[in-house]
Design a protein around this ligand. Structure first.
Ligand SMILES: [Fe+2]
Ligand SMILES: [Fe+2]
Length: 250
């Protein structure tokens, strides 16, 4: 079993430095790995990322993170990612990484994700090039999730780390009119097809904690939803490969 500390929407800034630092000082006593589901900063300023980077620098357990939409707001997304990477955070952007935790190989596929909506109100791939480019951006995220899950098929545990929601269940609580901006069910398709052990996201501050893609749990770990600095998740060991039938000689 591995113990995951998950948080989305930390929205770090100088004003929250004390809280962020004390949360990260405690986390390694509570978990084996930290996963941060985007909106790492308040308004995408580099000095806000430095607050989080300073907190992460003292953490000895692996920390994985994706950016969120707020981290792009100031036009410094690359610098924010660099600051955090310099502090030892494994920044994922349509990419994947592995680590050894409690004797298990953990694989994390990470990408911000994007908008598009859920059945009943979805953005179409039709009409003006600008609108179709928004659709294509979500497609690129979905394709990266599929690639990552296939690359990590050998891992004992696979987690998908997003900022935007892949299911509507975890945005419920937000006004229905903005669900299209909170995620896309197209992000769920590669997860359903390729399989995963856990999906984490944030972004929907007024959303709901729990959803599913088939049997795969999806948690909205935005701190506004969990009400805690970190939500701790116990993930049971290796997938049961003994159930795989292997054909032998007749
Ligand atoms: Fe947020
Ligand atoms: Fe967000």
């Amino acid at each position: 079993m591995i113990r995951i500390a998950a948080a989305g929407d930390v929205h770090a800034s100088e004003a929250t430095r004390d809280r962020v630092e004390s949360a990260f000082e405690r986390v390694e006593q509570e978990a084996d790995v930290v996963l941060l589901a985007g909106d790492l900063t308040t308004t995408g300023e580099v000095e806000q990322a430095v607050v989080l980077a300073d907190a992460c620098r003292v953490v000895s357990i692996p920390v994985f993170a994706v950016l969120g939409n707020h981290d792009f707001h100031g036009g410094h997304a690359d610098e924010i990612a660099e600051q955090l990477a310099d502090a030892g955070v494994r920044m994922l952007d349509r990419s994947w990484a592995t680590c050894e935790v409690a004797g298990l190989q953990l694989g994390v596929v990470g990408t911000k994700g994007f908008v598009g909506g859920f059945p009943g109100c979805v953005l179409p791939d039709f009409g003006e090039p600008l609108l179709r480019e928004v659709y294509a951006e979500t497609t690129r995220d979905a394709e990266a999730i599929a690639r990552g899950l296939r690359e990590l098929v050998h891992c004992d545990l696979r987690i998908v780390l997003l900022h935007y929601a892949p299911v509507e269940a975890t945005v419920m609580g937000e006004p229905a009119g903005i669900h299209v901006l909170l995620g896309s069910d197209r992000l769920a398709t590669p997860i359903a097809e390729c399989g995963a052990d856990l999906v984490l996201h944030g972004h929907a501050h007024a959303g709901s904690f729990e959803g599913r893609i088939g049997q795969i749990p999806v948690y909205n770990v935005a701190v506004h939803v969990t009400g805690r600095d970190f939500w701790i998740i116990d993930l049971e060991g290796a997938r049961d490969r003994s159930s795989v039938e292997v054909e032998g000689p007749a």
